[in-house]
Design a protein. Structure first.
Length: 85
């Protein structure tokens, strides 16, 4: 519940910053919040802003997803081995 409230508050802050188009401030807030990812913020930025400005954050997000997927694959393999034993 607290996490959800923090995320809503950060999104409200992000909406106001996204309207300014200040990429450095937006990316700084993503890191500062520790609640939001670039995935949460992209829908808030103006259409005139290119996603190239968020390349590093997008790559970090994709790397995080890759790590999560690898962890899940490993867990699935462990379960398969346990079932065969």
């Amino acid at each position: 519940r607290d996490r959800r409230l923090r995320q809503k508050l950060w999104l409200a802050i992000m909406r106001s910053q996204a309207a300014t188009g200040d990429v450095q401030k937006i990316t700084g807030l993503i890191k500062e919040s520790q609640e939001l990812t670039v995935r949460d913020v992209l829908p808030l930025v103006p259409d005139t802003m290119t996603i190239d400005a968020f390349q590093a954050e997008i790559c970090e997000c994709l790397d995080s997803y890759e790590t999560q997927i690898e962890t899940l694959r490993s867990e699935m393999e462990d379960h398969r081995r346990a079932l065969k034993a």
